[in-house]
Design a protein around this ligand. Sequence first.
Ligand code: CA
Length: 266
Amino acid sequence: MWESSRARRLNANLQGAEVRAPEALAAMNPRPATILIVEDHVTTRRFLADNLSADGYEPVEADTARDGRRLMASHSPQLAIIDLGLPDRDGLELLRDVRQSDELVSRIDRHLPVIVLSGRAGELDRVRGFERGADDYLVKPFSYPELRGRIAALLRRARRSPSASRLHVGPLEVDPLGREVRLGGKLVHLSKKEFALLRTLAEEPTRVFTRDELLRGVWGYLSPGTTRTLDSHASRLRRKLTGGGSAFVVNVWGVGYRLVDGAVDG
Ligand code: CA
């Protein structure tokens, strides 16, 4: 295993990728970005995965559109590289799913930066890729250093966009990209639904969100269903967020919830 991975990396170096220092990259960027590779050609996928991990990223691999979609939801990647010719569905359909995703239901970030990596080199193909929502389009055969440059540029841009910025409410910090919550600097472990609920409330900390609104937004219920589910998640979330000196997840009787009652001091 070690031998083969070493051989592959050596091979990658021979193909023109220079020697890198992952420690240096890791020091600059303490949390490595997860990059999803959706590619059915095994050599290409492994080549990408090896080089990306050598560059300090955390690659996750899928060989079908279906798997890609599943990993988008379960791993919350910060960027995806998508091949178009996939065995089950066209990569463009996967891309459309991403852009049309109801984030809180599917758990797929609609603004996920996507680079299409395809053998389809025609102008029409590239235009179609951008029309479907690709952020970038690279034609095979590709240069890895160029791809790496494009990845870095997209991640830089994504970090600056408002949807990716951390939300601060007093001692509470919600990181939508990293799906992390800290209270007074300490990591708080939340379930996916608890996180989705908190993220929604934290977008407008003092606004009262109605029960219907939260059930629809977080659980995706078409018609308002059991408020018991909402209440039990809200109270678990409240318990997990106690101890910072502020009361979070305030029940507004008969209406719904808000994150805080009033202004919170940082
Ligand atoms: Ca393919």
